[in-house]
Ligand binder design. Sequence first.
Ligand SMILES: *Cc1c(COP(=O)(O)O)cnc(C)c1O
Ligand SMILES: [Zn+2]
Length: 422
Amino acid sequence: MTTLLGLKCHLCGASYPAEALWVCRECLGPLETVYDYARVREQLTRAVVESRPRNLWRYRELLPIAGEPRTGFHSGFTPLVRARRLAARLGVEELYIKDDSVNHPTLSYKDRVVSVAATRAVELGFDVFGCASTGNLANSVSAHAARLGLECFVFIPHDLELGKILGSAVFNPHVVGVRGTYDDVNRLCTQIADRLGWGFANINLRSYYAEGAKTMGFEIAEQLGWRFPRHIVSPVAGGTLLPRIARGLRELKEVGLVDGDLPRIHAAQAAGCAPVVRALDDGVEFPEPVKPSTIAKSIAIGNPADGFQVVRTVRSSGGTGVASSDDEILDAIQLLAETEGIFTEPAGGATLAGAMSLIRRGVIAPEDSVVVCITGNGYKTAAETVGTRLEKPTVIGRSLDEFEGYLRTTGLAEGVASVARS
Ligand SMILES: *Cc1c(COP(=O)(O)O)cnc(C)c1O
Ligand SMILES: [Zn+2]
């Protein structure tokens, strides 16, 4: 029995049926899904959640589908990693990485939102599924469309990293590179959705798409043993993820699954594209659009669709905004890899760099628990990021002599030799 009641305007409260609508006809506000929480409370106990497969659908009563899930059976429920070595380096006691760099099947948080949007696209009868993307969303839409046998069009800025472009093309969708910024791509896609009636994950299916992001919040609480951390640091691009993590946590309280104080949620952006952080710093409600210039292309959205929701959520949670330079982002990518064995892309670097600033500023105290949301995988952008910094491998001849010669240059020769003798 579905728990989805319909859609409601986030601003004026007007009600709509659960169709492919995303803006309010009265006030142009964003539309959000409405659930029958009393019914969810009856159906969704901790035991029920824990008995289900380890994917994002274990919270299906709080997701906006009418029938059965169609895709995403291995998406979500990514590791929550207790990061002890990194914590020691940063001087905090309880640090966790929510690791969506290994989300299935396309290695970013987007597999959550697309699982829901694609299922809804099928339910609503769309034949063509697409998106406007900074790369990861296009990868995910392409993969899920392939599994579902849907015709697929993905639109991206023409100058994305090669790994992101190939990571869509391999699934054989129509990949359209647009000469312009993400914001230009998004504007074009809004016109196409309107003219051709196609289903765009993050445009006319956005009300459903956004709900998939709540599962990151659900999982953080469940994986901490059904409790909330003191702080969460989330990246912000279009502004889908951060407010939905908060919404997910509020819903867990609402339906009686978790008690306690909600966390402070902090917004991390790259200094080269930080409209939300600037709005938070300046005390304004609606972020002023900016022109992006950063290596963090996956979060380079100058005019975030849900920017005001991010600002409101961060403020009301007692959080702050934090922006990091491209160098700080690269340093954070390397630090996470060297201390925890997790390789993230610049979005993750920006988020960890942001968390590090907040710790230095004392916003996050040493004894506070903190979850850092790592949303994308470093292998896709390796050449364009750490590729410019790391040393090439040492090349030697095939003899043991050559290797021993090399070993002496590392300064490890003595120690290693004594291990071999003992
Ligand atoms: C899309 C994306 C985000 C966040 O985007 P929102 O639009 O704010 O939800 C963060 N990190 C990565 C790697 C992404 O691809
Ligand atoms: Zn409205």
